[in-house]
Write a protein that binds this ligand. Structure first.
Ligand code: ATP
Ligand code: MG
Length: 369
């Protein structure tokens, strides 16, 4: 078996623009997707996700570089000669055909025997929990059920790789969450490599084994969800995924796996951790997630403890979201409400002094700009 299900080597896709210029929709991307992996391309609108997927599928060809499926360079092979199948956002079912006919269509085109079609369509409809609905038309199905027909239609061809371009985009939030879990367990069950495009970070974190975070045609970081959230490699990724506080500073010293950073705006030195080596004087940005800052009543004996003024406190049920003032700089702090009580003293209120305490491993030192 080849090492990777799909590999992109130095792939560039340039489109001419009507304005007479060019846009690098995909800009020197290297990507290795493992067999059986649930892999997501995550990024905001226009970052090149669909273009990347279309080049893997064969609907577009790279301007330079090469797409490999298994260990086969794909060159200019058309889509139908590639062992992949695509599920699009607009799932475009044939309205005049039944569920069964929609799913069977691709197999009929391949002149598969009636007997085999019946058994394969039956199996895949069971997989997506639509057995019993074979004779309905798409109009007689809910949005989620229609999406599952589109999925069944792609799966029935037994692709080695399934490409999914925002397949849940048209569904309402509740159904979308349900389908996320179903799709994930279906992928485990069938063991097919999934390449899933989304601009929804929570969706990517929930479903993926690994994520590529894209911006302006480039991949900013590859990593498992926990890596992307807990150890982003740059300010862009830290900002794009979840919420965070940024503080700009200059490296004062480093060693023992920690970095001490002078932050002029708060007139303090903070100790954090880094994924890379820094030299004294390097400009850096500290990223501190709001849920990783602790608010305490008395100063603690640790490296990162500072007096603050609580400015705002919003109770939102599971959490209380506070804004604290650290020497004139506002920080977001989220406190989980562990204890159920009606005593107002249990919750922080606005305009009181307190101390923030931040463990060094909760302060990420990232390259400055
Ligand atoms: N056929 C085309 N001709 C010219 N420019 C294109 C073409 N297709 C895409 N682009 C441009 O390439 C860039 C990447 O587009 P792409 O569709 O890959 O983004 P995306 O990440 O899928 O965005 P979205 O989340 O909005 O679907 C955009 O700037 C887009 O305008
Ligand atoms: Mg797209």
């Amino acid at each position: 078996m080849p090492d990777f299900a799909v590999e992109l080597r130095d792939v560039v896709k340039t489109f001419p623009t009507p304005e007479g210029g060019y846009v690098n929709a995909v800009d020197h991307v290297d990507m290795q997707i493992k067999n059986g992996e649930f892999f997501s391309l995550l990024g905001s609108s226009g970052c090149g996700k669909t273009t990347t997927l279309r080049m893997i599928a064969g609907f577009e060809w790279p301007t330079s570089g090469e797409v490999y499926i298994g260990d086969q360079g794909q060159g200019r092979k058309p889509p139908f000669q590639r062992p992949v199948n695509t599920v699009f956002q607009s799932y475009a079912l044939f309205q005049h055909m039944t569920v069964f006919q929609n799913v069977a269509f691709g197999l009929e085109m391949e002149k598969t025997s009636n007997e085999e079609i019946k058994s394969r369509v039956g199996k895949v409809l069971e997989m997506v929990k639509l057995n019993g609905m074979e004779r309905r038309s798409p109009r007689q199905l809910s949005g989620g059920q229609q999406q599952r027909v589109a999925l069944a239609r792609a799966l029935v061809k037994l692709p080695t790789v399934l490409l999914l371009d925002e397949p849940l985009g048209a569904l309402d939030l509740k159904l979308r969450k349900e389908m996320q879990l179903e799709l994930k367990s279906l992928q485990r069950e069938v063991g097919i490599t999934f390449i899933f495009v989304t601009h929804d970070q929570e969706e990517a974190l929930t479903m993926s084994d690994r994520i590529a975070v894209m911006s302006l045609g480039k991949v900013m970081q590859f990593g498992a969800p926990v890596e992307i959230y807990e150890r982003p490699n740059c300010k862009f990724v830290a900002d794009f995924i979840g919420e965070t506080n940024f503080l700009e500073g200059v490296v004062q010293s480093s060693g023992d796996g920690t970095v001490r950073v002078q932050v002029p705006r708060v007139n303090s030195t903070l100790t954090g951790v880094a994924r890379q080596e820094y030299k004294v004087g390097d400009p850096v940005v500290l990223s501190i997630r709001p849920e990783k800052i602790r608010l305490v009543e008395t100063p603690q004996l640790n490296q990162n403890c500072f007096e603050v003024i609580v400015r705002n406190a919003a109770y939102i049920g599971s959490d209380t979201r506070l804004e604290v003032d650290l020497n004139g700089v506002k920080l977001k702090v989220w406190e989980q409400n562990h204890i159920s009580t009606l005593d107002p003293r249990a919750y922080h209120q606005g305009t009181q002094t307190a101390w923030v305490s931040i463990m060094p491993e909760n302060i990420l030192v990232l390259p400055g700009e």
